[in-house]
Structure formats: C-alpha cells, structure tokens
Design a protein around this ligand. Structure first.
Ligand code: ADP
Ligand code: MG
Length: 563
C-alpha cells in the first residue's frame, strides 16, 4: 500500500487515497495528529507521539522535538545510550505512522509520498528520503507542502481557472506558493519561504517577554521548569486569539509567578516576525508576475496561521479576507494522500495533472576577468533559475580562465546571491582538462537536471574529449552515505519500541508524570494513581486494565481542567 504522509515539525499525519477520496488514519490514541516528538524511557524503550510530548515536560533531557529543523545537518541528539541523527528521529515518527496505517487497513505499507517544505534544500530533501529508507519504506515521491495543500484545496473546491496563494505557517517553517487550477491541471507558478520562521518563534517571543517581566533567566531554570513554562506559554499563545488578554500562574524557582499579556502587546512584540513574512510573499508574487488583485483566493494552512495577527497581515497584503475551507492542520496530509492516489493512478484522479517548480536558483561558481584584466573570483553563475517548472534540465558551457589550464574545479551552489559565498554549497569536483589547449578550446558543458522530487543531478562533459563526469552531491556532512544508511538501519532495528497495543497505557502514564511535575498541590494523589495503574498493568488482566484505564483517564482529565 502507498500512503501519504505530512512529516511536520510539530505534528505528523498519515493517510491514503481511499474509496471516497483522501482519508487520514488515527493513531493508537484515536488522534489524527501525532506530535513529532521522540523520548526514551528508563528501560531504553523509545516513545513517539503524545507520550513523548508529555515526557518533554517531565523528562526534557530524554526527549526531543522540532528535529525537522536539523534535517540535512549532522546534528545528533543523545537519547538514552544512543546518539540519533535527525533522519533517524524522523524514521521513528514514520514507523509509528506506518504502524497506524497498517492497523487501520490491515495492509502492509511499502511506499509513501512525503511532503516537505517547498523551500527545503537538496540536503534536507535527501535526508527526508533517507528517513523513509530507515523506516523501511520506499519514498515514492517528495511533494512540496504548499502544492499538497493546493491539491487538497483544489479538489475540494473544484473552482476552475482560479489563481490562489497558499500561505503555510507551521511550527518551524513558513512557505508561500502561488498556484493556478484549470481543467484538472494544478500548476505551481512560484514558491518562496523561510525555513526558520514558524509558530515556535512566536512562542519564543512570549518566553522572552515573560522572562523580561519576571526577571527570570531562562538558562538558569531547571530543564523541567523551562519545559513546563514553554508548555504553559504555548497554551497561552493559543488562548490569546480573540481573547484580548491571557494570563498564567506558574511555580518557578520556588515562587509562584503571575503574568499576563494582551493581544496588542503580543502583536507589537511579534512585528519583526510578521515583517519577515512579507519578503517571501512579495518575491513569490513578483516571480509569478502577478498583482494581488489578480488572485482569486488566499488559503491559510498550518497551525500558526490561526493567529489573528497572521490573518491581519494577509488581509493587508492582499486586500481580502483569507479562506480556510480545508482544516489547516490536515490540508497538507490530505494533499499528500491525493498525490499517493495519483501515483497509483487511481481512476477517479485520472484527470488531474500536477506541475511544480524548483523554488531556488541552482548554479556554479565562476571567475571573470573585469575590464582591467583582473580576475574576479567567487561569482555565481545560475543554470536553473528559481521557479522554473520541473522537471527541468539546462546546460551551460564554461571555459577555463587561462590557456593550458590543467584542472577545472566545479562547484554547485543553491541560492540567490551573486556571490557564491552567500549561497549554499551542494557539491564539488575537479575535472582534468587537456593541458595542450587554449582556454577557448577547453570548454566544459555543465548540465543540471532537477526532477519532480526536487533532487538535483549535475553532469559535466569535457567538450574536447567527450569525457563525462557525474558530480557527486552527496558529499555533504549533513548527509548519510548509502553504507551509513544500511548500518544505521540495522542499529535502528534493535531499538525497542512499545507495541501499539500498549500505547494508550504508556501515554496515560506519561501524562500523569507530566501532571505530577506541573501540579505541586496534587502530587501525592497523582503518585498514588500512577502506582495503582502500574499495579493493574502488572496483573496483565486486560479487563481490569481497561477498567482502570478509564478511571485513570477521567481523573487526569478532571485534574487538568483545574490547572
Ligand atoms: P508543522 O507543520 O510545522 O508540524 P503545524 O501546522 O502543526 O506545524 O503548526 C504547529 C504550530 O501551530 C505550532 O507552533 C503551534 O503553536 C501553532 N498553533 C496551533 N494552533 C494554534 C492556535 N490556535 N493559535 C496559535 N498557534 C497555534
Ligand atoms: Mg506543516
């Protein structure tokens, strides 16, 4: 079976294209959204999802979240006795999602379409593919998130000939895309974004304001208290919408703190973040050669787009109120499911054609002689311009600077700066030239091919000899080699994961531990409940466990309501 997956910074979802269109599968707790959090318990078992998110508060040093931000980098996180790369952490999330899909359908998942931010670089995309391999599935396709959202939206609305903007503000990334729907074709005109802007940054604004007002140095707080403070501020951030003012009471450093903030102040403090959202929007509009008046709709997706200040920015920029027909948390996943349906050529989707663009410029480093004969180094020479429709293949011929030059170094870059030092190096190689030739006779043809998954291939041909070289773009410290992937796959297989049937119990215990941490007044009680529930688990009497589980959950619900 092929599934569609939204592997989000904050939440992940899985589904497939079913009888009646795209359909999402619930996790073991019955939720469609699985928090993208991993944690390790005392016995070295890995926990994924809500249980891990609760443990983020009670066991911050054994838990990790938002690792999508490190995809494409070699950064490792210690969990128990292991050091895990972002690909491996993502693989654990993918495995949990696959288990959920298999439990819902009884079929084996072999392939997936996974969504990635349009602005993900080559290394970040390759890391996502590696995560799929580490989870034991084939990643049939990577689909850009706004494109997926547009697919879900376009199919639902069936509005012909409309041009629209998809504006996606998630936990850690911001993406904006301009699309057009006509006669079953979903065409992406332009994408732009910021890989380091999302709801988390708005949370940081609240954290800074809280700390400034209360005189608390966040780095001096014990990790548990900081985790708790972030969780409470996250709730406050969500409750601020439309409330005018929100407050919180929290015990920190042995003292009870009261704090409140109103929407106006929050909006003022967030203004720099809001301003940062303008540039990608303006750039995408320019690249698509459109004026705001030529757009029929603005579609908001991503959890953080629920903040009224985001809707206000959109209204100001486009002179209209944004739409939110498809659930903003589910749009991307639903679109990934549609893409999965397209892949297996589901008959009901036969009519749809999807085109996408390469969101950034790809090129190489060159030197040029200026008017005075001086050689200028480090210049960027674009080969594929950003927002070219993919798949795309382009070539350019380059000549050495000097006659009888023996070697030519080719470097591949991604970015928009005229100087390569400000762009991202994707790979390099040295090519041997024919030293008996003049510069003009010693050209090298460089061909770049960018496929629908956003994966780049670069090939160099020495014109004099016809000799061809494939540029290896995998030599990035942020990427695993195929051998490393195989080794890590074996190591991951030894990781102990609680069976799906136990997830509910584990999540309840994790939640109780979090409440113990947070709720000083009720600690004895919570501790007692935990001990009792552990006792029933030890009895292995399923009937008894089910009964106690219900009571335990009700008690925790009640306690949480008082919080
Ligand atoms: P991702 O795609 O990165 O996983 P999501 O689309 O799930 O992210 O959005 C997660 C972000 O949305 C978080 O930063 C969260 O704080 C924010 N968010 C969710 N609901 C709300 C809300 N009601 N108000 C403000 N922010 C919200
Ligand atoms: Mg998202």
């Amino acid at each position: 079976m092929i599934v569609g997956i939204d592997l989000g910074t904050t939440h992940s979802l899985v589904g497939c294209y079913g009888e009646n269109g795209p359909k999402l599968f619930p996790n073991a707790l019955g939720e469609l959204l699985t928090p993208s959090v991993v944690s390790v318990d005392e016995h070295g078992h890995m926990l994924v999802g809500q249980a891990a998110r609760d443990r983020m508060v009670s066991h911050p040093n054994d838990s990790v979240a938002a690792f999508k931000r490190w995809m494409g980098t070699p950064r490792e996180t210690r969990l128990g006795s292991r050091m895990l790369r972002p690909e491996e952490l993502s693989a654990l999330i993918l495995r949990a999602l696959i288990d959920d899909a298999e439990a819902a359908t009884g079929e084996k998942v072999t392939e997936a379409v996974i969504s990635v931010p349009a602005y993900f670089s080559d290394a970040q995309r390759k890391a996502t593919r590696a995560a799929g391999e580490l989870a034991g599935i084939r990643v049939e396709r990577l689909i850009n998130e706004p494109t997926a959202a547009a697919l879900a939206y376009g199919l639902q609305e069936q509005r012909e000939g409309s041009r629209f903007v998809v504006f996606d503000l998630g936990g850690g990334t911001f993406d904006v895309s301009i699309l057009e729907l006509f006669e079953g074709v979903v065409e992406v005109h332009a994408s732009a974004g910021d890989n380091f802007l999302g709801g988390e940054d708005f949370l940081d604004v609240l954290l800074q304001a809280f700390c400034a007002d209360t005189g608390i140095a966040p780095e001096r707080l014990p990790a548990g208290e900081l985790g708790q403070l972030r969780r409470r501020l996250e709730l406050l951030k969500r409750s601020l919408a439309g409330a005018g003012q929100s407050s919180l009471e929290i015990a920190l450093d042995g003292a009870l703190r009261n704090w409140s903030i109103d929407e106006d102040r929050f909006a003022r403090l967030c203004d720099p973040l809001i301003q940062r959202m303008r540039a990608p929007v303006e750039r995408a509009m320019r690249d698509a050669r459109l004026q705001p008046a030529q757009l029929s709709e603005v579609v908001l997706v991503g959890g953080a787009s629920r903040m009224p200040l985001v809707a206000r920015l959109v209204s100001r920029m486009f002179g209209r109120l944004p739409l939110r027909h498809v659930n903003p948390d589910q749009a991307i996943a639903l679109g990934a499911c549609v893409a999965a349906g397209l892949k297996v050529r589901d008959q009901r989707l036969e009519e749809i054609i999807l085109t996408d663009v390469c969101p950034y410029t790809l090129g190489t480093k060159v030197s040029r002689r200026d008017g005075n004969g001086q050689v200028q180094d480090g210049l960027f020479s674009p080969i594929i311009h950003r927002n070219s429709t993919v798949p795309v293949s382009r070539e350019e011929i380059y000549y050495p600077v000097y006659d009888h030059q023996k070697l030519l170094s080719l470097e591949v870059y991604q970015g928009e700066s005229p100087m390569v030092e400000r762009n991202i190096l994707l790979g390099e190689m040295t090519i041997h030239l024919q030293p008996d030739r003049s510069a003009a006779e010693n050209g090298v043809r460089l061909r770049f091919t960018y496929d629908i998954n956003g994966v780049l291939q670069a090939e160099a041909t020495v014109l004099a000899t016809g000799e061809r070289h494939e540029l290896i773009l995998e030599q990035n410290p942020g990427l695993l080699t195929p051998e490393e992937i195989r080794a890590r796959l074996r190591a991951l297989e030894d990781i102990k994961i609680h069976p799906r049937s136990k997830q509910e119990n584990i999540a309840l215990l994790a939640r109780a531990e979090r409440l113990y941490e947070e709720h000083l007044q009720a600690r004895d009680l919570v501790q007692q409940w935990i001990a009792q529930f552990r006792q029933s688990l030890d009895s292995q009497d399923e009937q008894l466990i089910r009964e106690h589980r219900g009571q335990f959950r009700d008690a925790l619900d009640q306690l949480e309501r008082q919080l």
